[in-house]
Design a protein around this ligand. Structure first.
Ligand SMILES: NC(=O)C1=CN([C@@H]2O[C@H](COP(=O)(O)OP(=O)(O)OC[C@H]3O[C@@H](n4cnc5c(N)ncnc54)[C@H](O)[C@@H]3O)[C@@H](O)[C@H]2O)C=CC1
Ligand SMILES: O=C(O)C(=O)COP(=O)(O)O
Length: 392
């Protein structure tokens, strides 16, 4: 009998991604006792996540809509899809820069007000167009804050368009650093970026440290007429400060992906309806990635791209596997192997990795694991979750 798991689907998840879940799984938006949840931007912080849930798959990058800390305390990994929608966001940011530099949105709005005969429209067009004259990108400076999957692609595209790029990321990964073109100038602070740039784009997660990263003080440091782009998250820019910056002329335009009442119909503001990752390609990439990661976790306990767990992968050499999520404290492995040895279980293979406060252990043994051993493992102080994953 193939294994079956129940997967609750929130939001629209690409069909091609869902097709990666084994056919034996029960998958739907009405699953009541899910083993896993696949989600995009739905707010899981406001949801009572059932005790049955073993894993969450975020078909996208940002996980600020998910109570990651609480799930970690339950030993539940939260998977995401790093980089899978980065090109889609990059393209929208480039569109945003062009919208801002060429005043495209106010220009389109102006055209929509034109009435009369074609001749009258042509006359009004020629008389009115000077209000929308813009500037070109080559030679201008783009400041990129956050040089991860998206920021590094945006930096690369801007350089290819002839721009200068200055970037800041105090925690850039080695992989992202390799991806960056050598011509990106490294800044040592947000202030250094905002002072130097004509365009500023944000590609950081929403964290306590990044809330109101762009505030009145930093807008005051910008060059007059700066174009500000926020395709990262609401809350990273102080909207009131951005509106004041538009009024004073410090900002020429504020383009973002996060509509809010205060921003409605404000001059210089362009809000898109959270469209950054909304392309067929990105939706498919994200859904395929998380569906595969969640399936491998449910069936084999392997972990790839969880935001709260280390990556752990152990090829199956035995039919009897135990997966243990535990606090990263001394003597956990000793207690786990003692419990197994006391029950006469021979350990065939074992891997243990940690990440911050979290540790994760996979143990393959040579014979079937009795319920009493699973119960004993669950009772060890510091153990958060235990799963027995036999294939036989
Ligand atoms: N508009 C949309 O539809 C989308 C929005 N996003 C947002 O964009 C964010 C970034 O996405 P990715 O580039 O894929 O993530 P990523 O994890 O690859 O990159 C984020 C980068 O931000 C850096 N960072 C963190 N705190 C920082 C700080 N205080 N100052 C400067 N850099 C800092 C990190 O070191 C990392 O390199 C996501 O967290 C999400 O909120 C992502 C995809 C689609
Ligand atoms: O991946 C992200 O962080 C996004 O913001 C994309 O959100 P979405 O999947 O389009 O609801």
């Amino acid at each position: 009998m193939p294994k079956t798991f129940q997967v609750l689907i929130l939001n629209t998840i690409s069909k091609r991604g869902l097709a990666r879940l084994p056919a034996s799984y029960v998958v739907g938006s009405d699953v009541v006792q899910p083993d896993a949840i696949l989600v995009r931007s739905a707010n899981l912080r406001e949801m009572d996540i059932p005790a049955s849930v073993l894993a969450i798959g975020r078909a996208g990058a940002g996980t600020n809509n998910i109570p990651v800390k609480k799930l970690s305390e339950r030993g539940v990994p939260v998977f995401n899809a790093p980089g899978a929608n980065a090109n889609a966001v990059k393209e929208l940011v480039i569109a945003g820069m062009l919208m801002g530099a060429r005043n495209l949105i106010p220009a389109i709005r102006f055209v929509e007000t034109l009435t009369g005969s074609d001749e009258e429209m042509h006359k009004a067009t020629e008389a009115g167009k000077k209000a929308f004259a813009g500037s070109e990108l080559p030679g201008r400076t783009l400041g990129v804050i956050g040089l991860g999957a998206i920021g590094s692609l945006v930096a690369d595209a801007a350089i290819k368009l002839g721009m200068n790029v200055i970037g800041f990321d105090p925690a850039i990964t080695v992989e992202a650093a390799w991806r960056l073109p050598a011509r990106v100038k490294k800044a040592n602070s947000v202030e250094e970026v905002v002072k130097a740039a004509d365009f500023i784009t944000l590609h950081v997660p929403l964290l306590d440290a990044t809330r109101n990263l762009i505030n009145a003080e930093r807008i005051a440091m910008m060059q007059p007429g700066t174009v500000l782009l926020n395709f990262a998250r609401e809350g990273i820019v102080d909207n009131a400060a951005a509106l004041a910056g538009l009024q004073s002329g410090q900002l020429h335009a504020y383009l973002n992906d996060f509509p809010a009442n205060a921003l409605q119909r404000q001059p210089g503001v362009v809000c898109l309806p959270h469209l950054g990752a909304s392309t067929g390609e990105a939706e498919e990439n994200c859904a395929v990635m998380v569906a595969e990661q969640v399936t491998d976790y449910l069936e084999n306990g392997n972990i790839l791209n969880a935001v709260n767990f280390p990556n752990v992968n152990m090829p199956r050499e035995s039919a009897y596997r135990v997966a243990i999520a535990n606090a990263n404290v001394p003597n956990m492995l000793g207690q786990i192997s003692t419990a197994m040895a006391n029950a006469g279980l021979n350990i065939h293979n074992m891997v243990n990795k940690s990440r911050g406060d979290m540790a994760y252990t996979l143990v393959d043994v040579d014979s079937s694991v009795p319920d009493s051993v699973v119960e004993e493992l669950c009772a060890i102080s510091g153990v958060l979750a235990v799963r027995y994953l036999p294939t036989a």
